[in-house]
Design a protein around this ligand. Structure first.
Ligand code: ZN
Length: 322
């Protein structure tokens, strides 16, 4: 069994830029590209395997047809989605529904997401949470366009981590690049779009005001994270989230300068993205070169593997609900 290396799916966005090419050397389409869906089994936007017996098959198909690779999950939908986002301009202020609302209203999953900040221009901030004390106040401030009072602005720098549970009002803003690990869903309710005109259509993008008000958690409360760091040989492992705080995924950052026989083995499978540097992953006696921008899945049958090199990786695994 081999790691399954994946080719990203790119999405043009009005707020996107060219950094996905400049930083990761991805072969992106012309124009403004906002998102690379680097590990995706989503229906309209799945990533495709580039090696091994599954070469040229989408992750969506691989997951459906080979459940044993993923520890025989309950659902036939790949539950996680990993993206790079290049915010060359402000993204719309938005909120995502939770599972129960999304299943009922949208026939899709809810979306809890998380951001690990790769780059941030000096003075950058995120929109994360709101100030309304109750739902009536939230609706009133939205209807009156009191955005400066309503939206919480949080300063941000490279290396910061944010957990964004469903129901949290949020937005990336100009000059920020993140890797986003989230539930596989594409349901976004747009609350405010800075009154921008979409050049493609000559119109403002649609807002989803009532749905946004319905799904936003009030009052906003900071999620209680228990971020911790441990050393395993030459690897520094930072745990950002685990169940039950984050029911949908585990998420780690691994900074390696040397060798690491991973201890992260008690998971049905793992998703790995190299965010800087170069190295190798060894499986049995086989060695695979990896470097910045590479994305792969370590399937269930691979129980022993190790990494060597000087690199940083973001690693995730499905949560207890999968
Ligand atoms: Zn979002």
């Amino acid at each position: 069994m081999e790691p399954i290396f994946l080719k990203p799916y790119f999405r043009p966005k009005i707020w996107g830029g060219r950094k996905l090419k400049e930083i990761f050397n991805y072969d992106i389409p012309a124009g403004k590209v906002g998102e690379a869906w680097v590990i995706s089994g989503y229906k309209r936007a799945a990533s495709v395997a580039v090696n091994g017996v599954f070469k040229n098959q989408s992750l969506r198909k691989i997951y459906r047809e080979n459940p044993e690779l993923f520890g025989n999950p309950k659902s036939s939908e790949f539950p996680l989605l990993v993206k790079f986002l290049d915010a060359c301009d402000n993204l719309s202020v938005q909120v995502h529904p939770d599972d129960s609302y999304a299943h009922k209203i949208e026939n899709d999953s809810g979306k809890t997401e998380s951001w690990y900040v790769l780059q941030a221009d000096p003075g950058s901030y995120l929109i994360y949470g709101h100030t309304a004390k109750n739902r009536d106040e939230l609706a009133e401030m939205i209807h009156h366009g009191e955005w400066d009072q309503l939206l919480r602005k949080v300063p941000v720098k490279a290396g910061d981590f944010f957990y964004v549970p469903a129901g949290t009002i949020h937005a990336l803003t100009k000059g920020i690049m993140v890797i986003e690990t989230q539930q596989s869903s594409d349901i976004t309710y747009r609350l405010y779009d800075y009154d921008r005109i979409d050049q493609k259509t000559g119109k403002k993008r649609e807002l989803h005001t009532q749905k946004s008000i319905d799904v936003t958690k009030v009052p906003y409360v900071d999620p209680k994270l228990n971020i911790n760091v441990k050393q395993e040989k030459d690897a520094t492992i930072k745990t950002f989230v685990t169940p039950p705080v984050s029911p949908h995924f585990y998420l780690w950052q691994v900074e390696l300068d040397g060798d690491w026989q991973t201890g992260l083995v008690n998971h049905p499978y793992m998703l790995v993205t190299v965010i800087s540097g170069t190295g190798v992953i060894k499986v049995d006696s086989k060695i695979y070169n990896i470097s910045i921008g590479d994305n792969f899945i370590i399937p269930n049958m691979i129980k022993e593997f190790s990494f060597s090199g000087k690199m940083k990786m973001i690693i995730s695994a499905p949560g207890s609900d999968n």
